[in-house]
Design a protein around this ligand. Structure first.
Ligand code: 13P
Ligand code: SF4
Length: 353
């Protein structure tokens, strides 16, 4: 639906009034009605890198989900305040790994005698305390655009990786980019004693994958790929690495949001593309590239409900409050967590490429 013109006008006015006081960051999965006001758009890696681009702006309005706003708070200076227009914009995947569960998993690895040779790597899509856990224990953060270089780095530091919380990104990267076999990947289930794994399984594994997934990307199936190939002759299938392994191996191309955008921008006119990622982005790409036939990989898959929580009414509410001198929904990470989470984020930002 078209944006409410009254709200668009109010957002424009508030943003103009705030001027350099506010820096608006927007993830590619945000609604059109919100992303139009972003000063910088990006995938989670680009937004982490660019969060510190305006150190003089006292307010950063983050149009994305909670873990991204936390990372922005960690990566910006103490004078800057990060605002998340709706605090209910979380991430179901990030919620699948709680710090107490991760600490229990680390104890289970220690009991099995493998913690010393294991490097914890967490996907950006995790809470700040889990990033801090990785920082404290010699590990790093990664995103979908640098998971391969992060794993290369991790395997230089140790023999095994505990990969949190997205089993699919971990498995896809290990198997497709690192030459690790499926047999060398095990899944640690935080709801089972010892993760449901024996000492022998832990000893033999190279990748210990946390049992987490994205509730959006996890819904694409191998049948979605077969169906779209039958429906659209000559279609190229491009998917995000949060998709299940059987989907990724059936697709033609796999990569982060930024990779998908670049691939479609440079694709030949007249080509057909089925895209397996969040619907707001796929619809935007289809609108922007009318010289190409761009379809959603599986029409039964929905928007990311939490990304969609940041809508124009919440965005206007956050901005108008700033104009009135009120900070609503600040996201702050405590100093100790911030110190170690920053260590893990900085290790990622220092990776080559
Ligand atoms: P990227 O931004 O790394 O492509 O990740 C997608 C995602 O699911 C963000 O929540
Ligand atoms: Fe989380 Fe998936 Fe939504 Fe990204 S798309 S915020 S990983 S639920």
């Amino acid at each position: 639906p078209a944006s409410d013109p009254d709200l668009v006008e109010r957002a424009l006015k508030a943003k103009a009034t705030l001027g350099d006081q506010v820096f608006v960051l927007g993830h590619h999965y945000q609604r059109d009605e919100v992303i139009q006001f972003a000063d910088v758009t990006g995938d989670s890696f680009k937004l982490a890198r660019d969060a510190a681009a305006r150190p003089d702006a006292p307010y950063i309005v983050f149009c994305g989900v909670h873990f991204m706003a936390e990372s922005a708070d960690i990566l910006t200076n103490d004078q800057q305040t990060v605002i998340l227009p709706d605090l209910a914009a979380g991430c179901s995947m990030a919620d699948m790994a709680r710090i107490q569960q991760v600490e229990a998993a680390w104890d289970a690895l220690a009991d099995a005698g493998v913690a010393d040779v294991t490097v914890p790597v967490t996907y950006m899509n995790s809470s700040a305390d889990i990033k801090a856990f990785c920082g404290r224990n010699g590990g790093a953060v990664c995103t979908s655009s640098n998971a391969d270089t992060a794993l290369e780095w991790a395997f230089e530091q140790g023999e095994k990786v505990l990969f949190l919380p997205d089993q699919h990104l971990g498995r896809n990267t290990a198997v497709l980019k690192m030459g690790i076999s499926l047999d060398e990947c095990v899944v640690y289930d935080p709801h089972k004693p010892g993760g449901g794994l024996t000492r022998e399984q832990l000893a033999a594994a190279k990748m210990i994958l946390w049992r987490g997934h994205c509730s959006v990307h996890g819904r694409f199936t191998a049948a979605s790929v077969d169906d779209v190939r039958a429906r659209v002759p000559g279609v190229n299938v491009i998917v995000h690495p949060e998709c299940r392994h059987d989907v990724v191996v059936k697709a033609d191309l796999v990569g982060s949001t930024e990779y998908i955008i670049q691939t479609l921008e440079t694709a030949e006119p007249g080509t057909s593309w089925a895209v397996g990622t969040e619907l707001n982005l796929v619809q935007r790409l289809a609108k922007q590239h009318t010289d190409k036939n761009i379809v959603f990989l599986d029409k039964t898959v929905c928007y990311c409900a939490t990304m969609n929580r940041i809508d124009l009414p919440h965005f206007v509410w956050a901005l108008e409050n700033l104009v009135a001198g009120h900070v609503v929904n600040p996201i702050t990470v405590d100093a100790d967590t911030e110190k170690y989470a920053k260590l893990a984020l900085d290790r990622m930002l220092a990776l080559p490429g």
